[in-house]
Ligand binder design. Structure first.
Ligand SMILES: Nc1ncnc2c1ncn2[C@@H]1O[C@H](COP(=O)(O)OP(=O)(O)O)[C@@H](O)[C@H]1O
Ligand SMILES: [Mg+2]
Length: 267
């Protein structure tokens, strides 16, 4: 038994399927993400990775199967309930409010969990003021931690791609959940930005956040994940440590066959 087997399961998929008409985008996938993991999900384009995340976060209902968070069945919850209570995520295509500032974008993450409603905001009630002060402070603290404090009043659209990614992560962190799902966070980044993102994700993990990450950058995956799930045509073809993934023949053929050898990423 490995050290990992002793840690509690946070996010679990049991026989999860997603069919779009006749297309089996995700077929019978089982997964257990344990507390403390940096859990990688890899596979060729169209393998079903994003669709799988979309089911974990309630954006798509499952066709079959179950998704559990600490034993709670998420399958019946909608995406707002899951975002409020259980899972934070970022998107393959960055989703920020481009004409809002960095600080305003992060505050939106906090507002998911404060209890001011529209009337409180319009009437500027006491509750609204308390929530506002709290979310501002909390958002600024996160921006300090993530190294974006100086950019708090800059419009999101004026930031580099790498920084926009970080703002999206900051907004997800504002939810204070135990787990963060990242969909291709390094896509479009240059090697320096990717390296700095990798170090940042490792630091978040060392500070106690469990992370699931879809990524094409093999160097990123092999050097940051402790556990990797490989999807191909919607099916799980392998799961193991980076070393096991590197050595598995089926993975090599399905995924690395076309010129890219996993071992190269480890050098
Ligand atoms: N909303 C949708 N409607 C129909 N087909 C979809 C939808 N979303 C994804 N698909 C299809 O499901 C398959 C898996 O897509 P996706 O999960 O985006 O793959 P990946 O993220 O691994 O590249 C693809 O064939 C894609 O075209
Ligand atoms: Mg995708």
């Amino acid at each position: 038994m490995s050290e990992r087997d002793n840690r509690p399961v946070l996010l679990e998929a049991q026989g999860v399927c997603k069919y779009f008409g006749g297309l089996k985008a995700v077929e019978n996938v089982d997964m257990q993400i344990r507390e403390g993991d940096i859990f990688g999900i890899i596979g060729p384009n169209g393998a079903g990775k994003t669709t799988f995340f979309n089911m974990c976060t309630g954006m798509y209902p499952v066709t079959k199967g179950k998704i559990l968070f600490e034993g709670n069945d998420l399958t019946k919850l909608n995406t707002e309930e899951i975002a409020e209570k259980y899972i934070a995520r970022t998107f393959q295509n960055i989703q920020l409010f481009r004409f809002m500032t960095v600080l305003e974008n992060v505050k939106i993450g906090c507002h998911v969990q404060t209890h001011s409603n529209l009337f409180d905001a319009i009437l500027h009630s006491r509750r609204y003021h308390d929530d506002e002060a709290y979310t501002t402070k909390k958002s600024l603290d996160i921006l300090k931690r993530i190294g974006l404090y100086e950019y708090r009043d800059v419009k999101a659209s004026n930031l580099s791609y790498g920084m926009q990614r970080k703002v999206e992560i900051a907004r997800a962190m504002a939810l204070d959940h135990k787990i963060l799902l990242l969909d291709e966070p390094a896509a479009g980044m240059n090697p320096q930005e990717t390296q700095s993102l990798m170090e940042f994700i490792k630091q978040l993990n060392a500070d106690g956040l469990t992370i699931a990450v879809i990524e094409h950058d093999m160097k990123f995956i092999m050097n940051s994940c402790n556990r990797i799930l490989v999807l191909n045509f919607g099916q799980k073809i392998f799961e193991g440590t980076p070393q096991e993934v590197k050595e598995n023949r089926e993975v090599q053929e399905a995924y690395f066959g076309k010129g890219m050898v996993a071992g190269e990423a480890l050098k």
